[in-house]
Design a binder for this molecule. Structure first.
Ligand code: ADP
Length: 192
């Protein structure tokens, strides 16, 4: 009787194991890069969804590629906030990097990039970047993930803007970020 593994699907046989296959065979590691200034519940939604697909997720703050115009938190502070948000999640590792994302991903043996897609407007840039990254490291795969619908309008820049203007952002960021925002811009961000 034909077993599922013996069934022919017409695909070309895979005869040599690639660099990425060797890595993913033992542990599937992905990088989730961004500015994370600060991490929002939209980012967190993508992290939680990614953990259903990979064994280890490196959430990494990019120094240059996604440098925001008027940062609210220094890179070091963003890393600290991420570390506190994921303190109880051993599969999440937090870091920062300068230079090319693919070089960083390769150095971490992480042949998968995670990106969030909020709207069609994100798509063009993300698609260009995915193809560029693949031309720089052909082994890389990019996974685009859609967040829960209530986060599709949410961005760090919106949170920064509303917080700076004294608006309530309590529903959009993790509690540790809200505490940091209260310290940075005052209690109005908590709606008090
Ligand atoms: P932002 O655009 O909020 O400043 P980042 O540069 O930190 O975000 O984004 C890192 C990644 O997270 C990008 O792929 C971005 O599209 C994604 N992302 C940001 N906010 C959300 C959200 N609310 N829902 C889904 N993905 C998001």
């Amino acid at each position: 009787m034909e077993t599922p593994s013996s069934r022919s699907c017409g695909a070309a046989p895979i005869d040599s194991e690639s660099e990425a296959d060797q890595v993913t065979r033992s542990e599937r590691t992905a990088v989730y890069p961004g500015s994370f200034d600060p991490i929002t519940l939209g980012h967190d939604d993508i992290v939680r969804r990614s953990l259903k697909l990979v064994d280890r997720l490196i959430v990494t703050v990019a120094y240059t590629a996604t440098q925001v115009k008027q940062p609210l938190f220094e890179v070091r502070e963003r890393v600290e906030l991420l570390e506190r948000v994921y303190a109880d999640e051993p599969r999440v590792e937090v870091s920062s990097f300068q230079g090319l994302l693919v070089d960083f991903a390769r150095s971490m043996s992480a042949p998968i990039i995670i990106r969030g897609l909020r709207a069609v407007s994100d798509f063009e840039y993300e698609f260009q970047m995915a193809l560029m990254n693949r031309s720089l490291w052909p082994e890389i795969e990019v996974i685009f993930m859609a967040p829960a619908s209530q986060y599709t309008f949410l961005s760090s820049s919106l949170v920064r803007e509303v917080a700076r203007l004294g608006g309530r952002v309590a529903d959009f960021v993790p509690p540790v970020v809200l505490d940091a925002l209260i310290e940075r811009v005052g209690p109005s961000v908590a709606g008090e």
